[in-house]
Every structure is written in structure tokens, then in C-alpha cells.
Ligand binder design. Structure first.
Ligand code: FES
Length: 152
């Protein structure tokens, strides 16, 4: 049965009527037209769908809509724009960290959540934080450099 669920997305109060077990990722992309989070595996394994949920990086493909009720969701669209990128996004641009770009949402959102709680991480801490985010092109070195640059 459908349910109306209220949450905040990128600082805005929204209310969505859908099946409570609909993955948050589908709601963000299909109902709210926020296409920053990507569908990769749909199983919580790749990180492409990462959003920040109450300050913590979370996989929106395995969070049911009901699990986001009353919570604060930040998507890539909530960071910066192409004309005014967030410093983390700018660092990824400066280091040319993207190849195909599909993993970028997850890398950037995970890095943002890390830097919010630890503004000066070591390379090891960055590596650990991003260890669950997969990049099939293999630009991991540039991605790590981008996060370290954003931390400066
Ligand atoms: Fe969510 Fe892969 S699409 S973790």
C-alpha cells in the first residue's frame, strides 16, 4: 500500500507518496528528478548511488523510502553546480579524476561525508573511506589525489 512520507532533500521539505519499500534511489531519480545518484548494482555493493543521510554516506539503492522518513538527504545536486562547484567537486575536476564518470557521484559524496567529519584525513583514512566505492575505469589514484587536494 502506498504511503505519504515526508523528508528533507537538499534542504527542502518534500513529501512523496509511494510504496514504503521503494528504494530511496528510485524516488530521488524518478520522482524528484535528482539524477546525481546512479544505479550501479542495486545491491549496496558499488557505491554509485551514495547520498548523505543525516550526515553519513549511505547507499540509496538499499534504503527504503520509509527509512528516510523525517531525515535529511543530501544528493550531489545539493553540493554545487557546474558554474559553482563545491570544493570537493572542484578538486575532482582539478585532478581529472573522472574517466567514464559513473562512479563520481559515489566518490564525491563519500569524500564529502568523510571531510565533514574529518577535514584533514590521512591517505590511509581516505583509502579506507572509499574502499567500498568501485571504479571500473581504474582512476583510483586520481580520485585519492582529489580527496587529498580537497582536504588542503
Ligand atoms: Fe547502490 Fe551499487 S547501486 S551500491
Amino acid at each position: 500500500m502506498e504511503k505519504t512520507i515526508a523528508l528533507r532533500v537538499n534542504g527542502r521539505a518534500v513529501s512523496v507518496t509511494a510504496m514504503a519499500d521503494t528504494p530511496l534511489l528510485y524516488i530521488l531519480r524518478n520522482d524528484l528528478a535528482l539524477n546525481g545518484p546512479k544505479y550501479g548494482c542495486g545491491l549496496g555493493e558499488c557505491g554509485a548511488c551514495t547520498v548523505i543521510l543525516d550526515g553519513v554516506a549511505a547507499r540509496s539503492c538499499v534504503i527504503p523510502l520509509a527509512g528516510a522518513e523525517g531525515r535529511e538527504v543530501v544528493t550531489l545536486e545539493g553540493l554545487g553546480s557546474s558554474s559553482a562547484p563545491h570544493p570537493v567537486q572542484q578538486a575532482f575536476i582539478d585532478e581529472q579524476a573522472a574517466q567514464c564518470g559513473y562512479c563520481m557521484n559515489g566518490m564525491i559524496m563519500t569524500a564529502k561525508a568523510l571531510l565533514d567529519r574529518n577535514p584533514t584525513p590521512t591517505m590511509d583514512e581516505v583509502r579506507r573511506a572509499l574502499s567500498g566505492n568501485l571504479c571500473r575505469c581504474g582512476t583510483h589514484v586520481e580520485i585519492l589525489r582529489a580527496v587529498m587536494r580537497a582536504a588542503r
